[in-house]
Design a protein around this ligand. Structure first.
Ligand code: FAD
Length: 308
């Protein structure tokens, strides 16, 4: 119940105004979001890469209903990709893109706008020598996002996508996408979804995650194991070995600020580990999803406010 209340608050403009107006919020947000500018993102990338970690940068912003805002997002992605290349960091860092931030929800031709904008970001990534992964948002966008993925992969076969284990459809999507060259990030899923489309119990979601992992690890694609769950991390490692995969054939992914010691431990043991690093002014929705995921994150937030 707390989770869905926080996710609802994450979509409420009035709660957003309250949280954003509180001067004590920002220092807490910094635990999950290293800054607001491309320079902050590149600095965080450098620091993480010094610990042997890879990075995927997400320029925060979602649900854009404004064409010029979508254009700004595209410009920022292209700029940060240029800076990564100039600073020799493109081998270590790619970008993650929410299609809703580049126009997917615009009336009439939103899908086409999002496809064209994603294409521009892919061109910049290609020039920089790195890749793009499409984030997955709520279930109403899954078909559209996978359709755009298919279109993009014609010219940019390295474009990756996210699948969410809480959706009942995902095991089949994993089967369809576990093909040569396909990069699939498997996560549990962060949105409040109805029972008709999504497993509701954590145990069901975990079992689905393992089934999906089995499909991806046995398939021909490149699995990206996005979880902080120690059990899933262990199972992923075992499945990778069983399927003859080395550290070049799959990667672990975690969010910036969450289990940083574990991120470094896995990398020190020779694993490929990528840290999803979100940056930008539009941190509110992302931050609320992090609070919703884990009561300890919420407790940390409230404690920080109380002790300042
Ligand atoms: P949970 O079931 O939340 O937690 C399981 C266990 O993991 C916990 O019991 C604990 O032991 C450990 N753990 C979890 N969180 C913490 C913490 N903060 N500190 C310490 N231990 C912790 N969701 C989407 O819907 N779309 C996306 O595109 C998307 N992209 C993602 C990309 C990456 C790289 C990652 C890591 C996640 C992404 N997510 C995305 C979020 C994801 O769906 C989950 O909401 C989030 O990862 C929490 O699930 P979990 O697998 O970590 O396990």
């Amino acid at each position: 119940m707390l989770r869905s209340a926080l996710l609802t608050a994450g979509r409420s403009p009035s709660v957003r105004r309250l949280v954003e107006a509180n001067p004590l919020t920002k220092p807490v947000v910094r635990r999950f979001v290293p800054g607001t500018t491309a320079e902050d993102a590149v600095r965080a990338t450098r620091e993480l890469s010094e610990h042997g970690l890879h990075v995927t940068l997400d320029r925060l912003g979602e649900d854009t209903l404004d064409l010029s805002q979508a254009d700004t997002t595209v410009r920022d992605y292209r700029r940060v990709l240029g800076v990564l290349a100039d600073q020799g960091l493109a081998e270590r860092a790619e970008v993650s893109v929410k299609l809703s931030a580049v126009g997917q929800f615009l009336p009439d031709d939103g899908e086409k706008v999002a496809l064209d904008n994603a294409r521009l970001i892919c061109e910049a990534a290609s020039a920089a020598g790195t890749t793009v992964t499409l984030d997955m948002e709520d279930h109403t966008t899954t078909d559209s996002t996978l359709g755009i993925l298919r279109d993009l992969r014609v010219d940019f076969p390295w474009v990756g996508a996210v699948l969410q284990a809480y959706l009942r459809r995902t095991e089949q999507d994993c089967r369809d996408l576990a093909t040569t060259g396909s990069r699939i990030r498997l996560c549990k899923g962060a949105y409040a979804e109805p029972e008709s489309v999504a497993y509701q119990q954590k145990s069901e979601v975990d079992r689905s995650y393992v089934r999906c992992l089995k499909v991806l690890m046995a398939g021909a694609g490149y699995p990206m194991v996005a979880t902080h769950d120690p059990r899933m991390v262990t199972i992923a490692g075992e499945l990778a070995s069983r399927n003859g995969r080395t550290a070049e054939d799959f990667e672990y992914q975690m969010l910036y600020g969450i289990r940083p010691d574990e991120q470094r431990r896995l990398a020190a043991e020779g694993g490929t580990v990528r840290v999803y690093t979100a940056y930008g002014d539009e941190w509110y929705g992302y931050f609320m999803r992090r609070l919703a995921e884990r009561p300890a994150n919420l407790a940390f937030f409230l404690r920080s406010l109380a002790t300042r």
